[in-house]
Design a protein. Sequence first.
Length: 199
Amino acid sequence: MSKTPDNSPANPSARHLTGVAPRSLALLTRGNPMLARRSDPVTDILSKEFQGFLDDLILSGEENMGVGIAAPQVGKNLRAFILAPKPSKRYPQAPSMDPTPIVNPVILGSFGPMEKDWEGCLSVPGFRGQVPRSHGVQVRFLDRSGTAHELTLKGFIARVFQHEFDHLEGILYPERMEKEERLLDLDEFFAETGIRVPR
Ligand SMILES: [Zn+2]
């Protein structure tokens, strides 16, 4: 997902695992066909190339103050994303997590009501929209060491997971918005919510 107004630098211990300094990767924006493609499973998690890519993806998310970033957003159609939620004015209850790579994720099921809340996206810069998402999801994924995990996620983190998972399916959040909703630019978003998002 996209910028929060007030997040802090992430724990650098999650980086530099390959001994190669990570690089910041260019972000693709809406309209680029790579963002509309279904991504392929990761087959060689432990390769130096993929581990280095995860470090690059973490850095790219941090530099753009993202609470999540998915591989297709930097032009790699692989099923991997980073979760990096931070508490913000908008979501004071959001957990603060070190950037966490999620590989080959599966959404096993969803539960609870559909809830609408504001989302933004590094690939849809300068806008916000109200997006309905399931309150909770049960998920399975591999971590960067290839170990499988099953988790039940609720609220903000479940929303971020669903948003990032959609990137792997070639779906951007405006496509999830209800017909009567429209994208707001950041001035309109401020007028509506009183939240000033840095550009
Ligand atoms: Zn996004």
